[in-house]
Design a protein around this ligand. Structure first.
Ligand SMILES: NC(=O)c1ccc[n+]([C@@H]2O[C@H](COP(=O)([O-])OP(=O)(O)OC[C@H]3O[C@@H](n4cnc5c(N)ncnc54)[C@H](OP(=O)(O)O)[C@@H]3O)[C@@H](O)[C@H]2O)c1
Length: 438
């Protein structure tokens, strides 16, 4: 039986999980791949920290560069994270003819195209199942199981931290800041939560999924990104009463005018499957022309789930190695020479229904004034709720509206005009309503 020799970079949360998994299920991998998977070298900056692991028998180093160039390594597993020095290390490993497995979505979303090019030239694998939705095998599903389909829509809940925060806000009627603080205390959110709560992490994952789904080069910059900081418990409460839940969605759609690529909070019908995905869980809904909708659900992060995806990629490489096959599946599903950029639809041209919440003075004539703004922008209103009477004209009352389908350009123009009205006392809140294909 041949041996696949592994070099691991980064012994943090996922790295320690990979060491544990390789130890726990070693026999299984031999039975499933007919290869022995042997972790040979490990690089981490801190070799003194207790990781709860017996690291005797491994060649430990602080010098990751030495691992990516070592002649006795076949596969480099990059679990350092971030761009620097991960990008250079991955590139060096590939240039040295080593396969690379990574969970680094930021690296793949931003520099994946260049790295894929190097991997292709060197005939190496660059595997990144763990970069999107952790243990949920969505890249493999898109690239292999759904390879016969024209994909037209993807909807994903791809960030467990945001989904946890929105779930807690809904269930406990608490404000964003308070839930974020307790999520940080419980280790569900980073000390600097911006990558998660500002939607960037979700957008990284969407960049990867959409390139695979639509046969386009990876292009993170074309995604429109909005996070969840502005979602209030008040809007979550209104959503609940109107039969919706608010989720941070990653959305990719192919239409006649091009691709919609967007990450933003959206109201989804509360009886839909996507609405039922709560807490730290991830889910992806993919619609293909023959398959219809398929759904993938599970744990998108954490030591064990992420290690599961990383080691799954290593097993794939081992299986290919046994048959002397390299690059059986194109890295982005479409052969590199057929990848084509597609036009991206501007957010202004987005067509959908919108939830709007205004704080208005409770006086006669106000509703007529507001209706006139919508009329001027050709927006038709589906539902309208006004609650409570204020005894003082200076204390505003909420006015909540849902529009019929319209374009975002019209909604934004109407919101600008509404803000200018004396009767509208706060910047209006708006949330897109999304129908997830099921
Ligand atoms: N954690 C998850 O649940 C999860 C889920 C999906 C994907 N991912 C991705 O997986 C990757 C790893 O995440 P993680 O959570 O395991 O991160 P982590 O816990 O911060 O681990 C990173 C490790 O790399 C070490 N390191 C930093 N720079 C290094 C260098 N130049 N050479 C060698 N080692 C270095 C760090 O050491 P120090 O601590 O001493 O700096 C740390 O031990 C990231 O790309 C992340 O986005 C993570």
């Amino acid at each position: 039986m041949d041996t696949l020799r592994i070099g691991l970079l980064g012994l943090g949360t996922v790295g320690t999980g990979v060491v544990r998994l390789l130890r726990t299920n070693g026999v299984l991998f031999e039975e499933r791949s007919d290869m022995r998977l042997r972790l040979v070298r490990i690089a981490d900056l801190d070799l003194q920290r207790d990781r709860g692991l017996d690291l005797r028998g491994f060649d430990l180093t602080q010098d990751a560069q030495a691992v990516v160039t070592a002649p006795d390594i076949d596969v480099v597993v990059e679990l350092i994270g971030g761009i620097k020095p991960a990008r250079e290390l991955v590139e060096t490993a590939l240039r040295n003819g080593k396969h690379v497995v990574t969970a680094n979505k930021a690296l793949i979303a931003r520099f994946g195209q260049d790295l894929l090019h190097v991997a292709e030239k060197r005939g190496c694998e660059l595997a990144f199942e763990a970069a999107v939705a952790g243990a949920v095998p969505v890249i493999k599903a898109l690239r292999e199981s759904l390879a016969a389909n024209q994909i037209d829509q993807i909807h994903g809940i791809l960030n467990g931290t945001c989904n946890y925060i929105l779930t807690e806000m809904r269930e406990k009627a608490l404000p964003f800041a308070q839930v974020l603080k307790s999520a940080q205390e419980m280790g569900y959110a980073e000390a600097d939560p911006s990558f998660d709560v500002d939607g960037i992490d979700t957008a990284h994952k969407l960049a990867i999924l959409s390139a695979i789904a639509f046969g386009t080069p990876m292009d993170f910059s074309s995604i429109s990104v909005e996070g969840i900081r502005h979602v209030t418990e008040v809007d979550i409460g209104w959503a609940k009463r109107m039969g919706y839940r608010i989720k941070l969605l990653a959305i990719a759609k192919r239409g006649i005018s091009g691709l919609e690529l967007r990450v933003h909070p959206a109201m989804v019908a509360s009886d839909s499957m996507v609405a039922a995905v709560d807490g730290v869980f991830n889910a992806v809904f993919i619609h293909g022309d023959f398959a219809g909708t398929t759904m993938y659900f599970g744990r998108g992060a954490g030591e064990k789930p992420t290690a599961s995806a990383v080691v799954g990629d290593i097993v794939d490489i081992a299986r290919n190695h046994v048959f002397g096959i390299r690059r059986r599946v194109p890295l982005l599903s479409t052969q590199a020479e057929y990848l084509r950029p597609l036009p991206v639809v501007s957010m202004d041209d987005l067509v959908g229904e919108y939830y709007l919440r205004l704080a208005v003075v409770d006086q006669s004539g106000v509703l007529a004034e507001i209706s006139d703004v919508f009329r001027r922008h050709a927006i038709s209103i589906k539902t309208i709720h006004q609650e409570g009477r204020s005894s003082q004209a200076s204390v505003p009352v909420p006015l909540v509206l849902v529009t019929h389908e319209t374009t975002e350009r019209h909604v934004r123009a109407a919101l600008r005009d509404l803000e200018g009205l004396g009767s509208v006392r706060e910047k209006p809140h708006f949330i897109r309503i999304e129908r997830v294909f099921t």
